[in-house]
Design a protein around this ligand. Structure first.
Ligand code: CA
Length: 388
């Protein structure tokens, strides 16, 4: 089954209000889908991590750099294709955008393989360890307004997420240690003592500020402290993990097995958050997952983007072995964006309906069982939102 074409589709619309994280505010929502076509008439879909102009640059890498390398190759030879592309791009990007671009192509090849076999991706990997997964709702993005106003907004948003049925929630920080602690206090106050919440710094702190905030988060019994310092600061991660009781999480900005080997051997993560749409696709994710388990580091996938990314992650979460196992094992969660996102809600011909499932099923969603990723995007929606 030969690959006959690879096209890339960047979708975008204006958000109703600008949203932010510790690095920037953004006013547009975007998603980057990759479509692989074959001479057997099967098409597969994947997704690349990276918004806006990054997505447009990645589109060029997908269509003009990767496509010519793999046209005519057997679409079922995922690992051969992965290594051909990686080896040819090694001198130009072992991390970053070339890997994001390869990720979308690889995920689409897994979708093709599943459709060719008539099996969901989790069956191709080795089967479902669970048929449904708990979901945490992230929200509480930053807004460019006084922190006291934002704290009130976070209080309302956190309660709304809890009432939607999610099993936990996650907030952003990024105004500096003292205002960030005030925001976290507001969230704990509003959700009550028993509801888990996590705090995502998107690597905005120095190590000493991260210790200061981390100690306050321990007092508030926050579940994890995500990307407290820059992803390259391996020493900072190790010191924070050794010195704080709160779980340190991170890894969404790491790529490939070699980068992951380094951060795992460094012992700086309590919880690993690999991003399948960036680190090298499903093929490489499985190797990274094995490395995480070799270091006895639990994994909660980082999820960002459209319903294609959500579906790919549901497949992976189903196929994730319990680690270390038991009658009531530690369970991964699906990360789910609760902010305005039409590519999550409107993209599919048959929606995943995550929010309704969460509400009805005690915060859990069922893993799709159709062939491949188990979902199909609607071509009309893609045409409507596509930019070039
Ligand atoms: Ca994050």
């Amino acid at each position: 089954m030969k690959i006959t074409g690879i096209t890339s589709h960047v979708l975008q619309y204006d958000l109703p209000e600008p949203l932010g994280y510790s690095q920037q505010y953004y006013s547009k929502r975007s998603a980057h889908l990759v479509r692989v076509e074959t001479d057997a008439g099967l098409t597969g879909w994947g997704e690349c991590f990276g918004p806006g102009s990054v997505a447009l640059a990645n589109k060029t890498i997908v269509e003009r750099v990767i496509q010519p390398m793999v046209l005519g190759m057997d679409a079922l030879d995922r690992d051969v294709i992965w290594h051909k592309v990686y080896n040819l791009l090694r001198d130009h990007g072992q991390k970053g955008m070339p890997m994001q671009a390869l990720s979308g192509v690889d995920i689409a090849l897994w979708d093709v393989a599943g459709k060719a076999a008539g099996l969901p991706v989790h069956k191709l990997i080795g089967g479902a360890h669970r048929s449904d997964v708990p979901v945490y709702g992230y929200g509480m993005m930053l807004r460019d307004e006084p922190v006291a106003d934002l704290a009130r907004r976070f209080e309302d948003e956190a309660v709304a997420i809890r009432e939607m049925g999610f099993v936990a929630t996650k907030m952003k920080v990024g105004f500096g240690p003292k205002p960030d602690i005030a925001l976290a206090q507001a969230v704990r106050r509003s959700v009550g003592d028993d509801f888990p919440f996590m705090v995502d710094a998107n690597h905005c702190y120095t190590t000493s500020d991260a210790f200061y905030v981390g100690r306050a988060l321990e007092e508030l019994d926050a579940y994890w402290f995500e990307e407290p310092v820059a992803p390259e600061d391996h020493d900072g991660y190790r010191e924070l993990r050794a010195g704080l009781k709160i779980n340190i999480s991170g890894g969404e900005a790491e790529f490939g097995r070699w980068g992951w080997r380094q951060i795992l051997e460094n012992r700086g993560l309590d919880i690993a958050q690999p991003e399948v749409c960036a680190l090298g696709g499903i093929t490489e994710y499985l190797r990274v997952l094995a490395l995480c388990h070799a270091h006895f580091t639990p994994v909660v996938n980082h999820v960002w983007g459209s319903a294609i990314a959500v579906a790919a992650n549901l497949q992976l979460l189903a196929a994730m072995p319990p680690m270390p196992g038991g009658l009531h094992p530690w369970e991964p969660m699906l990360e789910f964006d609760t902010t305005d996102n039409r590519f999550r809600d409107e993209l599919l011909t048959e929606p995943l309906d995550i929010q309704r499932q969460v509400q009805k099923n005690g915060g859990r969603v069922t893993v799709p069982t159709g062939p491949g990723l188990g979902v199909e995007p609607d071509p009309d929606i893609i045409r409507h939102y596509e930019i070039t």
